[in-house]
Ligand binder design. Structure first.
Ligand SMILES: [Zn+2]
Length: 297
């Protein structure tokens, strides 16, 4: 077959040179005619002649092919105490990673709602994760969320007191019997270990103020290397940037971050706003966190 095609091409070219092939032959010097069918020889496609002859190709205007879209991959990190899946979605293929997790306290459902809004934003605006990755765990404590409880299904253990920080203490029953005794805590630690994130945001909600206090309780609470990130986020959500909770919360993720020099912001959203208002207030801060991560190579 190869030899037949080769002969066919030679004949076509020879006829073209002779200027007598087909009704649209443009005379001497025309190499091709419009009557030449598309040929395929060893996987190569030869386009119809007119497409070659009639178009003036300006190579300076040719654009490179668009970059492939970044991947979106969802993985199950593990199961909760009651067997619910705890999943993580990673947006983007390469570059430094921002890890965002929410719902570690199941009685803070707006944190989960904001995480889901971020998920939708990243799916709609893939350019956000060019040259970086965002890993998102929308709900660390699905059992707590179902129970509307600060604790996991044990009813006594606060997952944000169960991390292997130096401040962990068995004397506080909220910490649990041992560091990372809970499957949900293990999921977060597995994500940190697997991704080595440049920055981490843990989304919570809290009372805007304590009774009798004039000081905002919500804000961008940084730990470890998180101060610059908290300051950058504060310029967008207008919450204060603060670090005074350091190690006052035994076994917390922030305390663990301090021990390990991680860049962490615990984003405390006031719980007197709707989910959509919380998203509107924090969308820019979260996008800023992605930019911050991308630039922190
Ligand atoms: Zn919380």
């Amino acid at each position: 077959m190869k030899s037949k095609f080769s002969i066919l091409i030679v004949l076509i070219l020879a006829a073209g040179f002779a200027g007598g092939c087909g009704p649209n032959a443009s005379g001497a010097g025309s190499l091709y005619t419009t009557n030449v069918p598309v040929l395929e020889v060893e996987g190569l496609h030869f386009a119809p002649a007119r497409a070659v002859n009639d178009q003036k190709i300006n190579f300076s205007t040719l654009k490179p092919p668009p970059a492939p879209k970044p991947a979106i991959v969802t993985r199950i990190l593990g199961k909760s105490r009651q067997g619910k899946s705890i999943s993580m979605t990673v947006f983007g293929k390469t570059g430094p990673t921002l890890l965002v997790f929410a719902g570690i306290h199941g009685n803070e459902p707006r944190s989960v709602a904001v995480a889901k809004k971020l998920d939708a934003e990243l799916r709609a605006n893939r350019d956000l994760v060019q040259s970086c990755r965002v890993a998102l765990i929308s709900c660390v404590s699905p059992d707590g969320l179902a129970l509307n409880s600060r604790y996991n299904a044990t009813g006594t253990i606060d997952l944000n007191r169960n991390f292997p920080a130096r401040s962990f203490t068995k004397r506080d029953p909220r910490c649990g019997p041992a560091p990372a005794s809970e499957p949900e805590t293990k999921c977060v630690l597995a994500a940190v270990s697997a991704l080595s994130p440049k920055a981490i945001i843990s989304i919570h909600t809290c009372d805007r103020r304590r009774p009798g206090s004039t000081r905002d309780r919500h804000g961008n609470n940084w730990d470890g290397k998180g101060k610059a990130l908290a300051d950058a986020m504060a310029r967008h959500n207008r919450y204060r940037s603060f670090g005074e909770w350091h190690n006052k919360t035994p076994g917390s993720f922030g305390s663990y971050a301090n021990d390990n020099g991680l860049c962490v912001v615990t984003l405390e959203i006031p719980n007197d706003v709707s989910a959509s208002a919380a998203w509107t207030a924090n969308r820019g801060a979260l996008i800023e966190a992605i930019r911050y991560t991308r630039s922190s190579r």
